[in-house]
Design a protein around this ligand. Structure first.
Ligand SMILES: *[C@@H]1O[C@H](CO)[C@@H](O)[C@H](O)[C@H]1NC(C)=O
Length: 579
C-alpha cells in the first residue's frame, strides 16, 4: 500500500494510538539517524502519475523557451514570455490564447551580436525575461534583445496586447545572456533587479531603479560570481515596535570567500536591503548601506560539499514575522543526485542580521586573505541596519545621515559569521533522482482548521513533486509527469484562487490543477493520500475537493463525520468496510 519508509516514525504521543501510524511515510529527518540509516534515506512519492494527454498545454510552432510568467488573476490572464513573444492566455485554460505581441530583434542588433562572437540563432535573439504588474492594465516587460537588454511597458486592453515602444535601457534590469539566471521584483514603481550589468556577464549588481537608484559595490566580498535565483519583499514596517523598514530579500549562490578550499566552492546565500535605503553621503554614495548577507545552511548529516540553492518561495503570513521561505537545493558535485528542501524562518534570518557577529578579512602571510569572525567593536548605529526609531531619536532620519564609521564597516564586511539554520535544524525533504529546479508553495486550509504548506517542486526531467509539510515532517503525495519528453521545468507559478499550477519549459507551458481528488477511487486511497485538498465524502462515495471556497460547509461535514480526512495519521478506520 505504501511505497517507502523515508525514515522510521517512532514517536511517542497520541499518534501512536492509531494502528496505521506505523505506516506513516515521512521524508523529514526528525530523528537523529546514524550515517548508514541516512544513506538509505530517499523520499519516494506515494503515487506516480505518468504522462497523460489530459493536461492543458500551450505552445506555438517555431516558438521556444517559455521561461517567464506573470499571473494576473485580476485580468483573468496568464502572461507568458517566450523567445521574441509575449502571450496573454486564459488563466483557467491556457490552451486558449487571448492575445499575443511579437518582439523580435532587429537584423542590425542580431548582426552586431553575432559580430561580438555570440551564436546568431540561439543567443542573438530577444528572450523575454521580465514581466511585472504595473497597474490595472499595464505590465513592465524586458528582454535580452541580442545581448543588449531593453525594457518596455505593455498594455492589455480590449483583448489586445500592445507594447508602448518606450524602449528603456535594460542594462542591470535584465540579463544580457539568455542562459543566465537572474531575479527581479517590482515594489511600487521601483524595480529591484539582481543580474549582470555588462556584456561579459562579469559585473554582478543588485540594483534599484527609481528616482534614487542604488546598487551594490563592485567587490568580490559583496558578490562573487553570483547566480541569482529569487527575490521578495517582506513588509516589516507593519506593526513594528522598533519602527523598522520593509526589506527586500534576495537568494543566490556564489563562490565562497570564507573557506580555504583547493577549488572554487559554491555556497548559498540570503541577502537583504532596506526599502528606504538612500545610500550614504560620502561613503557608499548611491550604494546600498543595508546590504547584508549570510550563508544558508541546508546540510545533510553526512559530509558533503554545501548544496546549491536553485529556487525559493515565500509563504506569507498576515503576521510577517511568521512568514517562511522554502528553498530547493541541489548538490554542487556532479557525483551526487540528492536534492533537498529546507525552510527558513524570517525571524531567524532577521535575528542573525540584527544581532549576529560579522566576518572580517584578515591578511595572512603576504597576500592571502582569510575571512574570520570579527570580534572588535561594532559601531553604532549597527552597520547594515535600516533606519529605525532608535536611529531617528539620534537625529538620523535617513541613510544619508549615517556616520562614516558605520558605512565603512559595512562596505568592508557585508557577510555575517554564522549561517542561517534551517527551521527544523535539517532538511525537510531529501530525494534522489532528477534534480529539483523550481518550487511554488500553496498554504492550504485543511478540514481540521490548520494550514499546511503544500510544495510543488519542478524537476529537470519534467515532473512535479507534490509534497506536504506536516509539522516538519514531509511526505510526497504524488509525482506527476507533465512533459512527454524529459524537459527541464524553468518557471512555475501558482494561482490559488483558480486552483491551478503553471509550468514553463523550453518546449511549452503546461497547466495542472493543484489537486485531482478524483484520481482516488476508494476511501482507503483517498484518506491514505493525505492530500489536504481532498476528503472522502461518505454520502456521495467520492474523493472530493474540499479546499478553499467549499470549505465552510465541508468543515461541518468533517466534524459531523460525513467527510473523512486524516492528514497526520492516515487513519482509514472510518472508511466503509466494503471500500
Ligand atoms: C531555447 O530552447 C531551445 C530548444 O529547446 C534550446 O536549445 C535553447 O538552449 C534554449 N535557450 C535558452 C536560452 O534556454
Amino acid at each position: 500500500m505504501l511505497l517507502c519508509m523515508c525514515s522510521p516514525r517512532i514517536r511517542p504521543g497520541p499518534h501512536a494510538m492509531s494502528p496505521f501510524t506505523a505506516m506513516g511515510v515521512f521524508c523529514g529527518l526528525f530523528l537523529p539517524l546514524s550515517l548508514s540509516e541516512y544513506n538509505t534515506l530517499n523520499c519516494i512519492p506515494r503515487k506516480s502519475v505518468l504522462y497523460q494527454n489530459n493536461m492543458k498545454l500551450f505552445r506555438e510552432e517555431g516558438i521556444w523557451n517559455y521561461s517567464t510568467m506573470l499571473v494576473r488573476e485580476d485580468l483573468g490572464l496568464l502572461l507568458l514570455g517566450a523567445r521574441e513573444v509575449v502571450y496573454a492566455l486564459n488563466i483557467s485554460d491556457i490552451s486558449i490564447k487571448k492575445a499575443v505581441v511579437y518582439w523580435q530583434v532587429t537584423d542590425e542588433k542580431q548582426k552586431d551580436c553575432k559580430y561580438k562572437g555570440k551564436h546568431a540563432e540561439i543567443e542573438c535573439r530577444n528572450y523575454i525575461r521580465t514581466l511585472h504588474k504595473v497597474d490595472h492594465s499595464r505590465m513592465y516587460v524586458c528582454g535580452t534583445n541580442a545581448f543588449s537588454p531593453i525594457c518596455d511597458y505593455m498594455t492589455y486592453s480590449e483583448g489586445k496586447l500592445t507594447l508602448e515602444n518606450t524602449l528603456e535601457e535594460g542594462k542591470g534590469k535584465c540579463p544580457f545572456d539568455p542562459f543566465q539566471r537572474y531575479s527581479s521584483i517590482m515594489v511600487g514603481n521601483d524595480l529591484y533587479s539582481a543580474t549582470s550589468i555588462n556584456f561579459l556577464g562579469s559585473e554582478p549588481v543588485v540594483l534599484r531603479s527609481s528616482n534614487s537608484s542604488l546598487r551594490t559595490e563592485f567587490k568580490s566580498s559583496w558578490l562573487n560570481e553570483p547566480n541569482f535565483v529569487y527575490m521578495d519583499l517582506v513588509p516589516e514596517s507593519m506593526n513594528n515596535p522598533e519602527g523598522d523598514d520593509d526589506k527586500v530579500y534576495l537568494f543566490f549562490s556564489e563562490n565562497a570567500v570564507e573557506y580555504d578550499f583547493y577549488n572554487k566552492l559554491v555556497v548559498s546565500r540570503v541577502a537583504r536591503v532596506c526599502k528606504k535605503d538612500m545610500g550614504g553621503q560620502r561613503t557608499l554614495q548611491r550604494k546600498w548601506t543595508s546590504f547584508l548577507k549570510a550563508r544558508l545552511d541546508c546540510s545533510l548529516p553526512e559530509p558533503s560539499l554545501p548544496s546549491v540553492v536553485q529556487d525559493v518561495f515565500l509563504v506569507k503570513d498576515s503576521d510577517w514575522g511568521k512568514s517562511v521561505f522554502y528553498a530547493v537545493f541541489t548538490p554542487q558535485s556532479s557525483s551526487s543526485d540528492v536534492s533537498t528542501v529546507c525552510a527558513y524562518n524570517i525571524s531567524a534570518i532577521g535575528h542573525l542580521f540584527d544581532t549576529g557577529k560579522f566576518k572580517t578579512p584578515v591578511t595572512v602571510e603576504t597576500s592571502h586573505v582569510k575571512w574570520v569572525m570579527y570580534s572588535g567593536e561594532v559601531p553604532t548605529p549597527r552597520p547594515g541596519a535600516c533606519i529605525n526609531n532608535a536611529a531617528r531619536s539620534h537625529g538620523m532620519m535617513s541613510s544619508l545621515d549615517l556616520p562614516d564609521k558605520t558605512l565603512q564597516f559595512i562596505r568592508d564586511r557585508p557577510l555575517m559569521d554564522d549561517a542561517v539554520p534551517p527551521l527544523t535544524g535539517r532538511p525537510l525533504l531529501v530525494k534522489k533522482g532528477a534534480k529539483f529546479t523550481r518550487l511554488v508553495v500553496d498554504n492550504v486550509l485543511a478540514l481540521d482548521g490548520e494550514r499546511y504548506a503544500v510544495l510543488f517542486i519542478g524537476t529537470e526531467n519534467g515532473y512535479v513533486q507534490k509534497a506536504v509539510n506536516y509539522a516538519g515532517e514531509m511526505f510526497i503525495i504524488e509525482e506527476i509527469q507533465l512533459y512527454q519528453t524529459p524537459d527541464s521545468i524553468k518557471t512555475m507559478r501558482l494561482s490559488s484562487s483558480t486552483g491551478q499550477l503553471y509550468t514553463g519549459s523550453d518546449y511549452g507551458a503546461v497547466q495542472m490543477p493543484l489537486s485531482d481528488c478524483g484520481r482516488y477511487e476508494l476511501c482507503l486511497d483517498c484518506v491514505l493520500a493525505r492530500d489536504p485538498y481532498c476528503g472522502w465524502d461518505l454520502s456521495a462515495g467520492l474523493c472530493s475537493d474540499v479546499s478553499n471556497s467549499k470549505y465552510a460547509s465541508e468543515i461541518t461535514s468533517y466534524f459531523s463525520g460525513k467527510i473523512i480526512q486524516s492528514l497526520k495519521e492516515g487513519d482509514i478506520s472510518k472508511c466503509p468496510k466494503s471500500g
